[in-house]
Design a protein around this ligand. Structure first.
Ligand code: SF4
Length: 657
C-alpha cells in the first residue's frame, strides 16, 4: 500500500531577495512536490521555477555522491575517509610549512544556511586563512549605502502599497523577485505609478507607466540631474534637509557646478523626462528598488550614492510608502553567527580583492615566504562567475592543491584536484535568512536522508576537525549549535518550527530617522568616504567608454530561470546574445557569431531585441563553459568603492565565426 504524502517545512536556499518558505510533500522516502507556503507573509503561496527545481537537482542523474580525486588528469572515486585523510594531511603540511594563510577559501551564497557556511568556522579554528574582499554581486552599492545611511535596510514589502509611485531603478523583478513583481501588479491596479529606469526594455518596464532609458553607467548623472532640477526650482525643503541630512549645502554647490546640458548629454535622457521624474519625486511618496547591475561599473558606488541623495533630499526616506531599497541587513544584531567564539583562533587571516584574483594569485602562488598553496571553494562557482576567465583559470591552475565542495561537476570543480560532494538543501537541517529583502528567519527541517552522512558539510568539517586534532572545535549536534545561534532572539528550534520569525524591528525602514552614521543623519557628505580616499560627496565620473576595436558594451543581467550558473546545466546548445537591429546586420536570428573583447572570445547565437540601442548588447549571466560563457570576455576591473567587479565595463565586437 502506498504511504501517505506528508507535508514538511523548508525554505529556499538560493541567493534571492525573497527567501521563500516551502511546503514540501513526500511520498514514502521521496520528495514529490514543493509549493509556496501560504501563511508566510512574504511568500504568500507563490514560488518560482528555481525553487521547484530543488527536487530536480536532488534526484539529478549527474549528482556527485562520492569524493573524486584527480589522478593523472582522470577522476578516481575515493571514500570520504580517504578524502578526509588527504585534506587533513595537506592542511597540516601547509600550516606548518607556510602558515595557515597559505590556504585561500572562496565562498559565495550559492547555498544559503547558517550551517552550510560552517567551513568558515572550521578555517577560524585552523588559524585563519586568506579570504576574499569585495564582491562579484553587490559590493559597490552596499558600501555606498553604508556611507549614506550607515547600513542597508528595506521596508516591509507590503509598504509599497502606500506609495504614490514605485521606481525600479536598474531592477527587473519579473526575473529576480517574483513577490515584488506580484506587488507591482497589485499596485498598478490600485493606481500607483510604476516607473522603470533601465537602459534596456525588460518585462517590468513593459508594465510600467514610464520607462526612462539612460545610457549605461550614467544612473548617477540622471539622479543628479533630477536633484539639480528640484534645487533650481526651489522644491527642496531646506528645514528638512537641515534636520536630517548632513552635507546638503555642499552637495548643492557641487550640483550647481554641473551643467544640466552636460548631465543630459551623458545620460541621453531628455529634459522633459528629468522634469517628469522630478515632479513625481517632489509631489509624492516614492519607493525605489535598486538593482545590482547598475553598480557593476567603475563608477557604480557613486551612482547609488547619488540616488540615495536624491531620495533623501526629496523627503522620500523613513516614511510610509517611501525609501530607497538595496538590501535588508537585519540579522547581525540579533543572531550569534559565531556561537563558540571561533574568531579568536583566526590569528593569521589576510584577504584579497575579488576583482584582483588574477593579480593576487599570480603573485602569491609562487611567493617564497607567504604563498597561496591551496584553494577551497564552497557554495560558489568562481571559474564560471569570475571576470576575465581566461586569466582567472590560468591563475587558479597555478595553485598546488584545489578542493571544491559541490553537488555537481561544475566549471570550477573540473579544475580542482579533489571534489567533495555535498547535500542538497532538502537533505540538510539548517536555519536560513537573507540580507537582500525578506526579513524572516526560517527553520529548514531535513526532508530526506543524504546518500552519505558526510555529504552534509556540518558533519564533514566535524570529522576533519577531529583529524586535525582541533580540541576546541564544537563537536555538538546541529540542534545544539542552532539553538546557540538563535539564543539572542530568545527562541528555540521548537519556536521556529511553529512560527516564522520576522527579524526586522520596523515595518518602514529608517522610520525613526536615526541613522548609524557619525552625524546620526543621512550623510550626503561622508567623512568615512573621504577618509578612505574617496569623494565625500556623490560625484559623477564617467565610466569607461567604448573603443574603436570594441564599440559595443556587453552587460550580463540575471536570467529568470537560473540563479547564476546553477540551473544552466540542463541547457543544451550554445549561449545567446541579444542585440538591437543595428547589430543584427546581415545575420539571421539564431546565426552563430563570434563575440570578442580585449580579454577573449566566445561563440554564441545572435538574437534580436528590437529595443536595444546599437551601443549595447546583453547575455544572461551563468552560461556554462560548454555553452560559451560571457565571462571569457568580461573586464576584471573594480568599482571605485566596495571592491565590486565592474563587469559592465566590458566592450565587445561581433564578427562572423
Ligand atoms: S529562487 Fe527566490 S523566488 Fe524562487 S523559490 Fe527561491 S526564494 Fe523563492
Amino acid at each position: 500500500m502506498k504511504k501517505l504524502t506528508k507535508k514538511l517545512t523548508h525554505s529556499c536556499s538560493l541567493d534571492c531577495y525573497d527567501l521563500c518558505k516551502f511546503d514540501v510533500y513526500k511520498k514514502g522516502d521521496r520528495v514529490t512536490k514543493i509549493t509556496g507556503n501560504s501563511e508566510n507573509s512574504f511568500t504568500k503561496g507563490i514560488i518560482c521555477s528555481k525553487g521547484r527545481k530543488h527536487i530536480d537537482r536532488l534526484y539529478h542523474k549527474d549528482r556527485l555522491k562520492t569524493p573524486l580525486l584527480k589522478k593523472d588528469g582522470r577522476w578516481e572515486e575515493i571514500s570520504f575517509d580517504e578524502a578526509l585523510e588527504i585534506i587533513g594531511d595537506r592542511l597540516k603540511k601547509y600550516r606548518s610549512e607556510y602558515g595557515s594563510q597559505s590556504v585561500l577559501h572562496y565562498e559565495e551564497s550559492g547555498a544559503g544556511g547558517v550551517l552550510k557556511g560552517i567551513e568558515n568556522i572550521f578555517f577560524n579554528y585552523y588559524g585563519g586563512i586568506t579570504t576574499s574582499e569585495g564582491s562579484t554581486c553587490w559590493g559597490a552599492g552596499s558600501q555606498a549605502q553604508n556611507y549614506d545611511f550607515g547600513d542597508r535596510r528595506s521596508s516591509d514589502l507590503e509598504d509599497v502599497m502606500n506609495a504614490e509611485a514605485i521606481v525600479l531603478w536598474g531592477r527587473n523583478p519579473y526575473n529576480t523577485s517574483i513577490h515584488l513583481y506580484e506587488r507591482l501588479i497589485a499596485a498598478k491596479k490600485k493606481g500607483i505609478k510604476i516607473i522603470t529606469i533601465d537602459p534596456r526594455e525588460n518585462e517590468t518596464s513593459r508594465i510600467s507607466d514610464i520607462h526612462i532609458s539612460p545610457n549605461p553607467s550614467t544612473d548617477g548623472a540622471l539622479a543628479m540631474a533630477v536633484a539639480k532640477y528640484l534645487m533650481d526650482q526651489g522644491r527642496i525643503d531646506e528645514e528638512y534637509t537641515e534636520r536630517y541630512i548632513h552635507g546638503y549645502s555642499e552637495y548643492k554647490s557641487y550640483l550647481e557646478g554641473l551643467s544640466m546640458d552636460y548631465l543630459l548629454e551623458e545620460t541621453g535622457v531628455s529634459l522633459d523626462e528629468v522634469e517628469n521624474l522630478a515632479e513625481v519625486m517632489a509631489k509624492g511618496t516614492v519607493s525605489c528598488f535598486l538593482g545590482y547591475g547598475m553598480q557593476k561599473y567603475t563608477n557604480g558606488g557613486n551612482s547609488i550614492r547619488a540616488i540615495d541623495a536624491l531620495f533623501s533630499l526629496s523627503g522620500n526616506i523613513g516614511v510610509e510608502g517611501a525609501g530607497v531599497f538595496y538590501a535588508n541587513r537585519v540579522y547581525p544584531k540579533l543572531l550569534n553567527t559565531d556561537p563558540y567564539g571561533s574568531e579568536k583562533y583566526a590569528v593569521n587571516s589576510r584577504d584579497f580583492w575579488v576583482a584582483d584574483f588574477v593579480g593576487y594569485v599570480n603573485k602569491m602562488a609562487g611567493d617564497v615566504k607567504k604563498p597561496v598553496k591551496a584553494i577551497f571553494v564552497s557554495k560558489a562557482n568562481p571559474m564560471n562567475q569570475y571576470p576575465n576567465l581566461n586569466e582567472s583559470i590560468e591563475a587558479f591552475k597555478k595553485v598546488e592543491f584545489k578542493v571544491c565542495i559541490d553537488m555537481f561537476m561544475t566549471d570550477t570543480a573540473k579544475y580542482c584536484d579533489l571534489v567533495i560532494p555535498c547535500t542538497n538543501t532538502l537533505e540538510s537541517e539548517d536555519i536560513i535568512y537573507t540580507s537582500m529583502h525578506s526579513p524572516y528567519l526560517l527553520y529548514n527541517e531535513k526532508i530526506v536522508e543524504p546518500p552519505h552522512e558526510l555529504m552534509d558539510e556540518y558533519f564533514f568539517f566535524q570529522e576533519l576537525a577531529k583529524k586535525m586534532e582541533m580540541e576546541d572545535y564544537p563537536q555538538v549536534d546541529k540542534k545544539t549549535y542552532i539553538e546557540k545561534v538563535i539564543e539572542p532572539v530568545g527562541l528555540t528550534i521548537e519556536d521556529l518550527r511553529k512560527k516564522d520569525i520576522n527579524l526586522s524591528d520596523s515595518r518602514v525602514a529608517w522610520d525613526d530617522m536615526k541613522f548609524p552614521t557619525a552625524s546620526g543623519k543621512v550623510e550626503v557628505y561622508s567623512e568615512d568616504a573621504k577618509r578612505e580616499g574617496l569623494s565625500a560627496l556623490p560625484e559623477y565620473i564617467p565610466s569607461l567608454k567604448k573603443t574603436e576595436d570594441y564599440p559595443i558594451r556587453l552587460i550580463t543581467p540575471h536570467f529568470k530561470n537560473s540563479l547564476f550558473s546553477q540551473h544552466y546545466r540542463e541547457h543544451s546548445g550554445i549561449s545567446r546574445l541579444y542585440v538591437g537591429e543595428g547589430n543584427l546586420k546581415g545575420y539571421r536570428e539564431g546565426d552563430v557569431v563570434k563575440l570578442t573583447s580585449k580579454y577573449g572570445g566566445i561563440e554564441c547565437s545572435i538574437h534580436l531585441d528590437k529595443t536595444l540601442k546599437d551601443d549595447l548588447v546583453y547575455m544572461y549571466a551563468g552560461w556554462n563553459h560548454k555553452h560559451g560563457n560571457p565571462n571569457f570576455l568580461t573586464y576584471n576591473g573594480s568599482s571605485e568603492m566596495g571592491g565590486q567587479v565592474s563587469y559592465y565595463d566590458t566592450f565587445v565586437n561581433i564578427s562572423s565565426k
